[in-house]
Design a protein around this ligand. Structure first.
Ligand SMILES: [Zn+2]
Length: 317
């Protein structure tokens, strides 16, 4: 009995500690410098996209500012398991000084944790699934500035036209339903695993003669994007492996002139340390898959703070 108690104590205390130590070593920072790629020669629209880490971007045509999954709060593995998440409002204020609309792919902390504070400070409208909307409401964003996005609908957001489509989140740790659900509109401070998602949404944004698919998940199902081409495709590379076959399906629908992989950085390290790749992610294999699907489509890995001017969509078939 005593031996059992000692064994149980070792398992409940030391095993998690050991796992945390192992995770901290695995997710340590290793600097990465994206290769300098040639600029796309396609005609440019006047849409500018700036990368802000994980799948976070600022997109503007000079009139309307749209933020996509703006996230600066990046707890270490230790932080995640030792305390509830504390959004870094000072940092989000510096990185995202302005916004008219904030589009959320899904409500997990690495896509949505900073959204309420940014919306409260800038007066932006939050657009997303029910869980993302409820997260905003729970932090005091007024209901009039929270907009439920429904797959299949077309929204006018300032000078942008936005098409909403359903995408699919990967099964975390191979388990269906892990970190899935809907955040309550009355939620208080949350542990990271309580930032649950009820839907992953893809958005096609168009303004100033250019268009972009924001598809930060790595999953893809035929007809997901419909027959809606865009000049640029932002495609998630973290999670399921991007195969050439999958990329061919994506390219057949999106028909991009430029592909920007996303969600490739080590999100367990702070922004100020600079770009590091997510350990275990084979970005080169993802690039090869994309090149197999469209050899003429430039693949550009953006560094933090890097801005690109997005090309216009290909002419209609
Ligand atoms: Zn997620």
């Amino acid at each position: 009995m005593k031996r059992f108690a000692v064994g149980a104590a070792l398992t409940t205390v030391f095993l998690p500690l050991l796992l945390l130590c192992a995770a901290s070593v695995r997710f340590r920072h290793a600097p990465y410098h994206p290769p300098a790629e040639a600029e796309s020669t396609a005609a440019k629209g006047r849409l500018r996209l700036t990368y802000r880490g994980i799948s976070g971007y600022e997109l503007t045509d000079g009139k309307t500012v749209v933020l996509l999954d703006p996230t600066v709060t990046r707890p270490t593995v230790w932080d995640l398991f030792s305390r509830r998440l504390r959004p870094d409002e000072a940092l989000s204020g510096r990185v995202f000084p302005r916004a008219d609309f904030i589009l959320v792919n899904h409500a997990h902390y690495d896509h949505a944790a900073d959204v309420p504070a940014i919306a409260l400070r800038t007066g932006a409208t939050v657009v997303g699934s029910q869980s993302a909307c409820n997260l905003a409401l729970s932090r005091g964003v007024p209901p009039g500035r929270v907009r439920l996005a429904v797959p299949g609908e077309r929204l006018t957001l300032g000078t942008f036209t936005v098409d909403v489509r359903a995408s699919r989140h990967i099964d975390l740790l191979g388990m269906k339903g892990l970190m899935a659900g809907t955040i309550a509109p009355t939620a208080g401070p949350l542990w990271f695993w309580q930032y649950v998602q009820d839907a992953a949404l893809a958005y096609r944004l168009e303004a100033a003669g250019a268009s972009v698919w924001f598809h930060p998940t790595s999953t893809f199902k035929r007809s997901e994007l419909g027959d809606l081409p865009a000049g640029t495709l932002i495609m998630g590379v973290n999670g399921e492996e991007l195969t050439a076959e999958r990329m061919r399906l994506v390219f057949a629908e999106a028909r991009p002139r430029l592909i920007l992989p996303t969600h490739y950085d080590n999100l367990f390290q702070p922004l100020e340390k600079g770009l590091a790749l997510m350990p275990g992610l084979d970005l080169e294999a993802a690039r090869r898959a994309a090149q197999a699907a469209g050899a003429d489509v430039p693949w550009r890995v953006l560094d933090y703070g890097q801005t690109v001017e997005l090309p216009a969509a290909r002419p209609e078939r």
